[in-house]
Design a protein around this ligand. Structure first.
Ligand SMILES: Cc1cc2nc3c(=O)[nH]c(=O)nc-3n(C[C@H](O)[C@H](O)[C@H](O)COP(=O)(O)O)c2cc1C
Length: 174
């Protein structure tokens, strides 16, 4: 699949077959996160890869009881690291982590796996479950698994509402 095909066909998947992800495929997906761009190439991210069924269930409960998460082969917790420089951290670290997460989302889809960004979770509970140090921030939980549904495309705002030509007050005619 080309990058454009991946972007065009990707959907958030909220139903998974309870199957494991082969190590080789998982490594490709995690490597996509490693290769993401970051401000100043600081790579201010860490990831906890969760495969243990009970820990996945506990994470799902900490994610406002989105229990379907536990069926995904893997849940990856994406973490913004402790700031060495608070100003730079505040401005960039979480954005960088989100970029890395989207790299995983797109590469997983290209390999036939579904994902779903999960932003609704209890920060303290997730940190406790995964032993993440206090000063770090969990940015996202990402289930990765074999899809057990074919979700419809969700509506998007039209291009003309999103894009402006040269200045904000003129429409882009494209
Ligand atoms: C930052 C972020 C947080 C999200 N959190 C959740 C979540 O907690 N639970 C969920 O089911 N979907 C979550 N989503 C998925 C969105 O609902 C989904 O991307 C959106 O409805 C568009 O659908 P699509 O991804 O299939 O195109 C989140 C998406 C983003 C980008």
């Amino acid at each position: 699949m080309s990058v454009l095909e991946v972007i065009d066909t990707r959907r958030s998947v909220r139903k998974y077959k309870p199957e494991e992800i082969p190590e080789g495929d998982l490594k490709k997906i995690l490597t996509a996160a490693q290769l993401a761009p970051s401000a100043g190439n600081r790579q201010p991210w860490r990831f906890v890869v969760v495969r243990d069924p009970e820990r996945k269930r506990n994470l799902a409960e900490a994610a406002r009881n989105q229990l379907w998460l536990a069926d995904a082969g893997v849940i990856v917790a994406a973490i913004a690291m402790d700031p060495n420089d608070p100003e730079v951290y505040a401005r960039w670290a979480e954005r960088d982590v989100m970029t890395a997460v989207e790299h995983m989302v797109l590469s997983a889809w290209s390999l036939g796996y579904g994902t779903c960004w999960i932003g609704a979770f209890n920060q303290d509970k997730v940190k406790e479950l995964l032993g993440i140090p206090e000063e770090m921030t969990v940015v996202n939980l990402l289930p990765i698994g074999v899809p057990n549904q074919t979700p419809e495309a969700r509506p998007r705002k039209p291009l003309k509402e999103l894009f402006h030509a040269e200045k904000y007050d003129s429409a882009l005619d494209i």
